[in-house]
Write a protein that binds this ligand. Structure first.
Ligand code: FPP
Length: 222
């Protein structure tokens, strides 16, 4: 079983288009899918689930869509606060939060602190204003030349203390990593599906997990 599963939740916009709706409708549906998949992962014994919610490159989108995603995130944190605690899910963010509004930063920190205090189940890691290249840049700034060992770099990343990614899924049909957990996915098993994120299901995830079991992971050895 993978300990750490990472998901690139792609395809919200196309899902909305298929339903003859605005892209924002797809993002709403995408946000709703998160809880179902998180609960399934917790039951399956996955200990860390990383979700790519907003990248450092997503600021290039039209302002109205970016604003909508910020509002959606804020609403999501408000409405799901107690769900995290009831379901014993630890919430953690990665990425550079300093660009977000004070109120959004406070909501993120509040849920991080309370869920860490009260829960001991799966850790859900939400990537917000996250890009691997920016994460590495920020990590290197913390380190001196003498300290540049693999362990020191790992401990300076946003994911310090979190095991490396075992399995990475991208929905939506594209076959790329888009600056998500590049260091941490060095030996991740990759899975790509054409299913758009709002249509992704527990059943499809379960069949991927079964395939993961049968993959031969050699980590560069024989
Ligand atoms: C990709 O769809 C999706 C994102 C921009 C990131 C994922 C966002 C969510 C699941 C919703 C917001 C999350 C929270 C936590 C509130 P896309 O717009 O790139 O789809 P497309 O490739 O079909 O255009």
């Amino acid at each position: 079983m993978p300990k750490h599963l990472a998901i690139i939740m792609d395809g919200n916009g196309r899902w909305a288009k298929r339903h003859l709706q605005a892209r924002t409708f797809g993002h709403k549906a995408g946000a709703q899918k998160i809880q179902e998949i998180t609960e399934f992962c917790a039951k399956y014994g996955i200990t860390h689930l990383s979700l790519y919610a907003f990248s450092t490159e997503n600021w290039k989108r039209p302002k109205a869509e970016v604003n909508f995603l910020m509002r959606l995130l804020e609403e999501y944190l408000d409405s799901k606060f107690s769900t995290y605690l009831e379901n014993n899910i630890i919430f953690k963010s990665i990425g550079d939060l300093s660009i977000f509004s004070q109120s959004l930063q406070q909501k993120i920190q509040h849920l991080e602190q309370e869920s860490l205090k009260q829960c001991n189940g799966l850790t859900q890691i939400l990537a917000l204003n996250y890009g691997s290249q920016d994460e590495l840049r920020r990590a290197f700034l913390k380190l001196s030349k003498e300290m540049l060992s693999i362990d020191a770099i790992e401990n300076a990343l946003d994911t310090a203390g979190i095991p490396n990614v075992d399995m990475l899924i991208r929905t939506g049909g594209e076959m790329r990593l888009s600056n998500f957990l590049l260091w941490q996915s060095a030996y991740a098993e990759l899975f790509f599906t054409k299913t758009l994120w709002p249509d992704f299901s527990k059943e499809e995830l379960e069949s991927m997990l079964l395939e993961f079991k049968n993959r031969n992971r050699r980590f560069g050895g024989l």
